[in-house]
Write a new protein. Sequence first.
Length: 354
Amino acid sequence: MKVFILGAGFSRQVELPLATELTELLMGKFRQIGHRDAIAWFESLDRRIRKISRDRGVGIEEVFHYAQFDIEIMKMKQQLSEVGRLSGETPWNMGQTIEAILSNMEYDLVEVIYEKQKEVQEAREEIDRFTKWLGDEDVVITFNYDSLVEDSITGMQKLWNHGLEKERVGTDILKMHGSIDWLVCERGEAEKCRNLKLLFQKKDVNRDNCSGGRARETEYDYELARIKKEHLEKWIEGRNVQRGPWKYTGIAGLGSYKQLHKLPGSAMVWAEAAKSLYKCDAVFVIGFSFSPFDAMVRLVFADVMDDRKQLPEVYVINPYIDAAYKSTVNGIFGDKVHWVKKEAQAIEWCKYLE
């Protein structure tokens, strides 16, 4: 059994944008819309992050993560205001404005990724070159929001699942941070909509047998659904995910902005990932950076490795391998690591997967 851990470097081989490029694309979308307040705040945050990070590119996770500090600062400053929270342009209201901007940015992010994915759909040979080697016993752990792997496997007339379905057939594709075609909606709504497929609905033995109202618990009151592919474009471009009984998009992992516990089904996905890492014979890490924003991943994966009696063979495929990166990976998987300092598109997969 083989486990493949995919990061942005995997999707990059078909020119999908990296985290820093997504930031620029979102900035461009704001300018296109002409939202002056959002542009001014976004540019200010971008400038400040670049200053403290010594002018390196600003990733989209950083934007969402650091924005939380702006919100907190503004709401804290309300203590110094001589009027109430809602009395005009108060610090509190500014904090809420930033929250509204972030909510719109979340939908813009899904739209930007979808648009870019649509552009490369006809040229996904590099993805096909990888997925043709995947078998039913293999597991893909991906931190990418796009659906390139799923589309590729489907195009080959093979089966796959998200580790959430009642009947799991084909290759497991575990989307650790969610997906652009996932949607969080009110409990019971997915089954009413023919354009959605229910992925996860939490059980509660104390509530399922009674007719009580909401539990006021996100994991019970909401469920996870997947927008069927033939309807995805209409839903995203028409902003249907912002209408009706839908709570928010099915993506998470944007720093402190969108915690995973708010994504129904995420616990099952992460549990399946841990289980597969515990059982596997080999691990392939492809284009995943294990950045500081992936601290939770490091902790969980390292914990699984500690529980194993024998560590798996680990292959790390990444053009940006330095001493610091090696130290991070070794800290998770031990010293039994093969380093392949290449981009994914330069790999002859048959050498490793036959």
